[in-house]
Design a protein around this ligand. Structure first.
Ligand code: NA7
Length: 546
């Protein structure tokens, strides 16, 4: 790192710091990107992290019940054999403190923390066409610059709190699950209202119901969910996993979603009803995201999808004792897995508890928050605490909020006003030397994240390595290749049932006013990887370099 004292009076108090690369965010992606650029390429790199600790998404998401829906043995890095063999997970799905512990373990092993500035919020960044350098401003007035700017800000980090009239009058406390207080919230004896029944709400409700005196769940859209079947990981499981990691990673990279299981090759419509039910029953008992791999066409064919959706609807009816509540909890407006499929630990069973009430916001929309609770068109629900499990301004929110101005002062906010426009999810035209890890237009949230992150970080690292070897200073996605890629992202989505779920955050539907564009690349992780590799081998086809 080189420190140059600024002579400009406006910034004379703060040192100006020049790096080869600045990375924003110290979650899974920022940590690995730091390691690659610093330890493999020998670059001067700094990570700027808003939180007071590392962990990214998992630094902030600490709500009761928060755990990962990918299984622990593959929700981790694959790039380092020693780390892989030294670490062991305690549960099938890691809870948020264990994920932070893991990331701290990795960061300590690789001595990453010395190059991470915690409590450092980036408020804007701009590109200088004459020097080909990025200048980054922090909330505390620091100005840093670098040849490369890499955003590692996560896909689900910009919280979405709906603008409910009267919220400012509420006399109790309210929290968003994605910014849960680190000291926890004492729910004992409290009347809690939870808004939202996405993956988060489905994880949180059973835990909130156990801790609170009473829980009211405000549901706008009923959701499917598969039992997680969480449990401890045995010593035998750990041994087996360690011995078979090479196969696990090979399978994860070869698949559609970065999970180490393959999709069935059989159509749901090709088997007799009884056999199909047996297959679903087994998948239900095994639990987890793998349920959707039961047949090849659950996400391709409406009739095939109906078989999975109907199976889960029937399960809801069997689990929920009150038929009227079971009806309210049963989704009819979208097919299974066309929205992000949640997994749960006792979600539907929670509605059999005496201290839990379900409010159907389609039948009685929220009118306002009052001093004492939430008033719908039908009645007022008295509450001490409101929990917003209302999701995120996914994929684009955290990036747009960085106030990035590229070549000629062009704003990212304007470039994406009609929806994100990227080449391979990695770059946007007129934003040279800016790379996004798991950005919109890449498999990102449709994939097991660490696998998607490693592929992006490896690609970016190789790209920078090659540029330096050739003495190149600038790389920028071409407009034409970007237009083609946007078309390809749309075509990939249209080949599936994914765009049919009108309330899906994949489409930006949960944030009022957000353009309706299917954001992640749905063509499959393995296919995406081979496209990226091919582009690199073909002299970075579609990018301009100088
Ligand atoms: P999601 O999946 O976006 O879910 C948010 C939930 O909040 C969903 O049920 C929404 O209903 C509901 N919501 C959002 N705004 C409102 C308003 N204004 N009123 C009532 N209800 C509302 O977010 P999650 O945090 O659960 O999950 C995000 C991802 O994190 C998850 O998929 C994993 O990848 C990890 P809607 O369905 O829009 O009608």
């Amino acid at each position: 790192m080189v420190t140059i004292s600024s002579t400009a009076s406006a910034v004379s108090e703060s040192p100006r710091q020049v790096y080869d690369a600045i990375i924003i965010g110290a979650g899974f992606s920022g940590l690995y990107q730091l390691h690659k650029l610093r330890d493999e390429l020998g670059l001067d790199v700094v990570v700027l992290e808003k939180g007071d600790g590392i962990g990214g998404t998992w630094y902030w998401n600490r709500y009761p019940g928060a755990r990962c829906d990918s299984e622990s043995y593959y929700y981790c890095y694959s790039f380092n054999k020693e780390i892989e063999q030294a670490w062991s997970w305690s549960e099938r799905y890691p809870e948020h403190p264990e994920i932070r512990k893991y990331l701290n373990f990795v960061a300590d092993r690789l001595e990453l923390k010395r190059d991470i500035r915690l409590g450092t919020e980036v408020v804007s960044a701009s590109f200088d066409d004459t020097t080909n350098m990025w200048s980054v401003n922090t909330a505390s007035g620091q100005v840093l610059s670098a040849s490369f700017l890499i955003t590692a800000v996560g896909c689900l980090s910009s919280t979405n709190v709906p603008k409910l009239p009267g919220l400012e009058n509420f006399k109790g406390q309210w929290y968003h699950t994605g910014l849960w207080p680190h000291q926890g919230v004492d729910l004992g004896g409290k009347r809690v209202g939870q808004i939202g029944t996405g993956s988060t709400g489905i994880q949180a409700a059973p835990a909130l119901a156990q801790q609170a005196k009473h829980l009211t769940v405000f549901q706008r859209t009923a959701n499917y969910s598969i039992p997680a079947r969480n449990g401890p990981v045995s010593a035998d499981d750990i041994k087996h996993t360690r011995e078979t990691y090479d196969d696990i990673w090979r399978q994860a990279r070869a698949g559609t979603n970065g999970h180490p299981f393959s999709m069935s090759t059989r159509s749901a419509l090709s088997v007799p009803d009884e056999e199909r039910d047996e297959i679903y029953e087994k998948a239900w008992e095994r639990g987890g995201l793998r349920f959707r791999a039961s047949f090849s066409d659950i996400l391709q064919d409406v009739k095939a999808n109906d078989t999975a959706s109907d199976f889960i609807r029937q399960k809801i009816k069997e689990v929920v004792e009150n038929p009227a509540i079971a009806d309210m909890l049963t989704p009819h407006d979208h097919g299974f897995a066309t929205k992000r499929p949640p997994i749960d630990t006792g979600y539907f069973e929670t509605f059999n508890r005496e201290n839990v009430q379900l409010v159907d916001l389609k039948a009685e929309p929220i009118v306002e928050v009052t001093a004492n609770g939430i008033r719908t068109t039908q009645q007022e629900y008295e509450l001490d605490i409101i929990v917003f499990a209302t999701g995120f301004d996914a994929l684009t929110g955290a990036l747009v909020n960085l106030n990035i101005a590229g070549s000629g002062g062009h704003k990212l906010k304007d470039a994406w006003s009609a929806g994100p426009r990227t080449y391979l999810g990695l770059q946007t035209p007129r934003f040279p030397n800016l790379f996004t890890i798991t950005g919109p237009g890449s498999p990102s949230v449709l994939c097991n994240m660490p696998i998607a992150i490693e592929q992006h970080v490896d690609w970016i690292t190789n790209c920078i390595r090659e540029m330096r070897a050739k003495g190149l200073k600038r790389i920028e996605a071409q407009s034409e290749s970007t237009d083609k890629w946007v078309d390809e992202v749309n075509e990939a989505a249209d080949a599936t049932l994914l765009p049919m779920a009108s309330s899906s955050w994949y489409l930006g539907a949960n944030v009022p006013g957000k353009p309706r564009v299917f954001m992640p690349y749905a063509g499959g992780f393995a296919r995406y990887t081979s496209i990226c590799d091919d582009v690199a081998q073909d002299d970075y086809r579609g990018f301009s370099r100088s």
